[in-house]
Design a protein around this ligand. Structure first.
Ligand SMILES: [Zn+2]
Length: 178
């Protein structure tokens, strides 16, 4: 995407200084990489992959109300950012276990791929969404979830989603289910 490659680094974004040795980096190249004059490594701005689940039960899907910023009080789907080296499906199972105490059976074919910005600094994330079902447990929200709620397809339009791609994701999961 040409316009993204030409966006200069802002004071709030990585990287102005080498994460390895703290030296000031050279200005970013059009490709987005910035090279350290001391160690020679190049650092890139990449999106952070974030996984989400459309957890289905019959004709309803489970959505969550955010207890934390950004977008506290708005609705999203269970999930979160991947850890280093983690497979997206395993990361999704870990996040949902932490957030809701649920074990999931995940359809490994993603049904959502959406680049978006996250938080006041506009960090780029890549949302990856999967259909899932509960294999064990009932939803018990942890600290970062204010509430978990089952919604039907007719309720999707009225939900105050934090990110519009989640609205499309939940709608698609509810209407495309086999
Ligand atoms: Zn360096």
């Amino acid at each position: 995407m040409e316009h993204k490659q030409n966006v200069p680094f802002s004071p709030t974004e990585p990287y102005r200084f080498c994460p390895a040795d703290g030296n000031r980096l050279e200005g970013p190249r059009p490709s987005g990489g910035a090279t350290c004059p001391l160690c020679g490594r190049s650092w890139y701005r990449n999106p952070a992959p974030a996984v989400g689940a459309a957890i289905l039960d019959g004709d309803r899907a489970l959505v969550t109300v955010r207890a934390r910023e950004p977008h506290r009080g708005k609705v999203d789907v269970p999930g979160g950012f991947l850890e280093v080296g983690e497979h997206p499906v395993e990361g999704l199972k870990r996040e949902v276990r932490e957030e809701l105490g649920l074990e999931l059976e995940v359809d490994p074919m993603p049904v959502l791929l959406a680049p978006h910005t996250y938080g006041p600094e506009g960090v780029w994330a890549l949302a990856i969404g999967f259909r899932a079902r509960i294999s064990q447990g009932v939803p018990k929200p942890a600290d970062d979830v204010a509430e978990a709620r089952w919604i039907g397809a007719e309720e999707v339009d009225g939900v105050d989603f934090a990110w519009e791609h989640d609205r499309g994701f939940v709608r698609a999961a509810l209407t495309q289910r086999a």
